[in-house]
Design a protein around this ligand. Structure first.
Ligand SMILES: [Zn+2]
Length: 143
């Protein structure tokens, strides 16, 4: 059984070809695509798939803990198959999203103790850094 099927099985999800294709697009991307971008890629293989199916599938994968979804502040949700807590860089101009390096051990310790110290059930952590990517940095405008 391949890795994706095993992951789906662990989460109690049936592995349909469409689900696998959608997850594969996200697992193979570092660009944190939005639902529309995932849809455009998946329909190259499944030409009759609808945007709604792609969107609902991504919701299912998110609920199963296989995807993380976050708002970049522009009311556009972006998706990430890396569900371990990690910070993101978001470009204020073009909306590009990059991973920043993993949290240090003491921050991870803090996150774990914070989770233990509250009766609330924590599901995910978002930490976003905003600024300009090299293409959009002031001074690069006229290139
Ligand atoms: Zn990420």
């Amino acid at each position: 059984m391949d890795e994706i099927r095993m992951l789906f099985k662990q989460k109690g999800l049936r592995a349909t070809p469409q689900r696998e294709a959608i997850f594969r697009v996200l697992a193979g991307s570092k660009a944190h695509p939005n639902a529309e971008q995932v849809y455009q890629q998946v329909r190259q293989t499944f030409s009759s798939i609808s945007f709604t199916t792609v969107y609902k599938t991504m919701q299912t994968l998110e609920e199963a803990g296989l995807l993380q979804r976050f708002n970049t502040g522009a009311n556009v949700y972006r998706y990430d198959a890396n569900v371990h807590p990690h910070p993101h860089f978001i470009c204020l101009n073009c909306g590009r999203v990059d991973d920043l390096k993993e949290f240090p051990a003491d921050l991870n310790d803090y996150l774990e103790s914070a989770a233990r110290s509250t009766p609330n059930r924590l599901r995910f952590v978002n930490l976003h850094f905003f600024g300009y990517c090299p293409q959009c940095a002031p001074g690069n405008q006229d290139q």
